[in-house]
Design a protein around this ligand. Sequence first.
Ligand SMILES: [Zn+2]
Length: 191
Amino acid sequence: MADELDGHHTMRLEAGVALINALTGNHVHGRPKPALGGRDLVRAAAEAVGDTGNGRVDLSGAERLRNLASRLREIIESLSRREHDEAAGLLNRLLADSRARPSLHRHGDQTWHLHFHGPEADLVQQWTAGLAVSVAAAFGEQIPHRVGLCAAPRCDQVYIDASQARIKRFCGLACQNRVKAAAYRARRSGA
Ligand SMILES: [Zn+2]
């Protein structure tokens, strides 16, 4: 049961990280990142939440998802500055606005399972409630995952750290190698 709950949180966190990286941030791997609009915004938002080609995400839905992604980014940025009280306040406000509430759902002949939104919630409300709960579960250490902000210069991608020691610092190898190369050049010019 606990494992299954972890699995759902992990899946949602992965989608949340995809959403934040796709729709927000000014730099990626050292390069400026253009802001998305129109059809590009809709496509990126739909892809991040796994709605490929279903057409359930329209422009207003994509803009609401970008707003959600910005609020999540703000929370992760305060956490990375170790401003835990501020992060908790922002997260509590998001939980309240999302009207998250536990509720059992069953689709067709599936078994009953726990969701965090009511039956009337639209796609964006479903993601808002689910992500608020999963980010809160990660923050409260109910699940062994941490969401972090890339420590490399000119990159504001976020990542999931599932390592036990919680040592991940970069969004990926591109940024890790970039920082290593810069340190090497600095040492060489200093020598
Ligand atoms: Zn990075």
